[in-house]
Design a protein around this ligand. Sequence first.
Ligand code: NAD
Ligand code: UFG
Length: 333
Amino acid sequence: MNKILVTGGTGYIGSHTAVVLLQAGYEVVIVDNLCNSHAKVIDNIEQITSKRPTFYKVDVTDSARMEAVFEKHNFAAVIHFAGYKAVGVSVEQPLKYYKNNLNATLVVAKMCHKFKVNKIVFSSSATVYGDNVSPMSETMDLLPTTNPYAETKAMGERILTDFVNSSPGMSVVLLRYFNPVGSHESGLIGELPQGIPNNLMPYVWQVAIGWRESLNIFGDDYPTIDGTGVRDYIHVCDLADGHLAALQKLGVGLHTYNLGTGQGVSVLQIVKTFEKAVGVKVPYKIEPRRAGDIAICYADSSKAMQDLHWKAKRTMEQICIDTWRFASTQPSL
Ligand code: NAD
Ligand code: UFG
């Protein structure tokens, strides 16, 4: 029983987690509809690990096709990454976000119930804390009203909480990620979204590499060190290690963990650190604030440290160097 279903596994966090799972001896089956990733990621995962994950190009909201996948494999657990993730887009297209993120979670829960798969690890988000005062702690009341994306994550948590409470023997782990950045040290996988990046770091490297003219910084009038937004940027490989720890250490019941570093870093600090670490300029323009954004968000990461013996190890400089290694392998536009 060491076969893990990774939904959204060709995506950014899913692919790095698939690598960690394969290296730890698990078998990995990936389901992804490639709406925000590329099939070539499967080859790259194989190149890194010398093991090829089984891949299905399937939409997780498609119950019938998901049922066929579950019929074929005997899964020990599901790590459910598949979903939309852009805060700003969710404000413009809320229905698209509710439909995809909630239906995907409902189908995963339904399949686990039907096929008696008793462990789900769910990709939640620090955005569920909304405008709480940082550091964000797991004991805080959730305030997801800042944007529809955050609401989809809070609702996903609620659905899985009710599900675990009604299912003896079931284990659900809610992992609230802060801001994953960086790339695998091989440079073979990283964050390569379809189209114009919504997240900061892929935008930064696409400017640095010359794909885009300049970075738009959304707001310099926040009550922060330099007026730009502050987030808790965590290396994606540290985050992937956190999934392995959660998978291996947690038993029956509901478990909720922040996965962050505990450090807040501003957008301008990221730009300066990146420029210094890789020696390339990142021109930027100050633009108005982005809808749905908050000023400051960083983690109290002590619970994960205590229970999972997990801690983010990699530095911001390392993050920039690894990001640049991945960026440098991309073909020119
Ligand atoms: P990503 O977009 O790179 O990966 C998500 C993957 O899911 C993509 O490969 C996409 O093609 C796939 N997908 C989306 N909807 C699907 C569907 N209906 N059926 C099948 N595949 C589908 O994003 P990521 O950064 O790897 O994020 C993974 C998860 O973590 C998401 O649920 C996201 O909300 C959550 N999360 C991300 C961040 C972040 O900053 N990256 C932070 C907190 C939480
Ligand atoms: N930002 C810019 N310019 C850009 C992109 C972002 O200035 O082109 C700023 C944002 O305004 C914010 C910071 O950079 O202050 C980080 O923005 P991201 O879009 O990279 O990340 P978010 O914090 O908005 O959200 C991300 C993921 C969510 C996840 C959340 C967890 O997109 O899925 O981190 O903290 F839930």
